[in-house]
Design a protein around this ligand. Structure first.
Ligand SMILES: [Cu+2]
Length: 133
């Protein structure tokens, strides 16, 4: 999904949104402890809605990106709670998005590829945190 946004590809982002929504719906929480299930469900319920909006708004990339901003916060929370699945990840920050309020995104590459500004400013942003396994 992030990679679709870096390319300004609204329809690919929509497809990724639908896939992610399905993944949250189908995620089997039985392997989690009761405590973990509660945390997961709280975050995933919110993330699922953002994924749904991204999936339903192909053609309106500005609106999709608003949800991607909030979805990225949920993903960061999930990673913080449940780990990164064995993959080194990067928490990147774009200082310009949302009229200078800025926004985070999670990336699997160290190289900055900005999903909020896309092709207009592909290298805007910095790595704020390296999430190591
Ligand atoms: Cu929406």
């Amino acid at each position: 999904m992030k990679n679709a946004f870096t390319k300004d590809n609204t329809s690919e982002a929509a497809t990724a949104g639908k896939t992610l929504q399905a993944a949250f719906i189908n995620f089997d929480t039985k392997t989690l402890s009761a405590q973990q299930q509660k945390i997961f469900t709280d975050i995933a319920d919110d993330a699922k809605e953002h994924a749904e909006h991204i999936g339903a708004n192909g053609g309106n990339i500005a609106h999709q990106r608003e949800h991607f901003d909030m979805l990225s916060k949920d993903m960061a929370d999930l990673i913080q709670t449940f780990g990164n699945g064995g993959q080194t990840l990067y928490k990147d920050f774009c200082p310009m998005y949302n009229k200078g309020k800025g926004a985070y995104w999670i990336s699997e590459t160290k190289e900055i590829k900005n999903p909020y500004l896309g092709k207009a400013m592909p290298t805007c942003g910095t790595v704020k945190e390296e999430i190591k396994q």
